[in-house]
Write a protein that binds this ligand. Sequence first.
Ligand code: DX5
Length: 237
Amino acid sequence: MRTRRRLTSIGRCQGRELWLAPSILAADMTALGAQVRTALAAGATWIQADIMDGHFVPNLSFGPLIVEALRPLSDGLLDCHLMISQPERYIDAFADAGADLITIHVEATPHVHRALQAIKARGLLAGVALNPHTPLSMIEEIAQDLDLLLIMTVNPGFGGQRFIAHSLDKIRRARQLLDARGLQHVVLQVDGGIEPDNVRAVAEAGATCFVAGSSVFGAPEGIAAAVDAFRRALAAT
Ligand code: DX5
């Protein structure tokens, strides 16, 4: 993936490089900087901020200020997952705050193509996300414009949910769709209920980036050990 950021892979599967993307929704907000530094030091250099507006999803999280706060901590990749309605309204705010990648939901605006153009016009990587009920056909006309495709494996809004099992089939079909179009460079990201016990199956289905909140920042064994557990789980693929 074209990025000026220093990214550390968490493994490889079927010739594809893999990345772990801890999501800060599950972090201890009173120690966010220290926890993100620990994740970065453990080799998880792709950090995701779950942005929620209480309208597109039934939860309210944080905005550009959190990206501004995290930016100085990392020369890794800051990924903003906008779970907000009409996300085009906030592209400049997140770009100005230091985001490297912005993902919008296809369900959140009638102007997806225009929003992707606006993200790329700011020099950022552009992604789209599909909720569990949303068919892959929704991205057929914009697949070639993507740097990243996010398949939600839970209903967005909250961390700590269980992986929706039939997502594996959707991930396989998304992989087939991208490969059939020669779009192997597009990152296939998954988000929701990802943990060391299921990440290998998700990688073998074709995903290349794994958003993990509870299983990293909420791991009883600690953040560094959790990142290492993902690395070990993927080493066998
Ligand atoms: C849901 C969020 C979560 C989060 C990951 O809207 O996007 O999926 O990032 O949470 P865990 O890893 O705890 O399922």
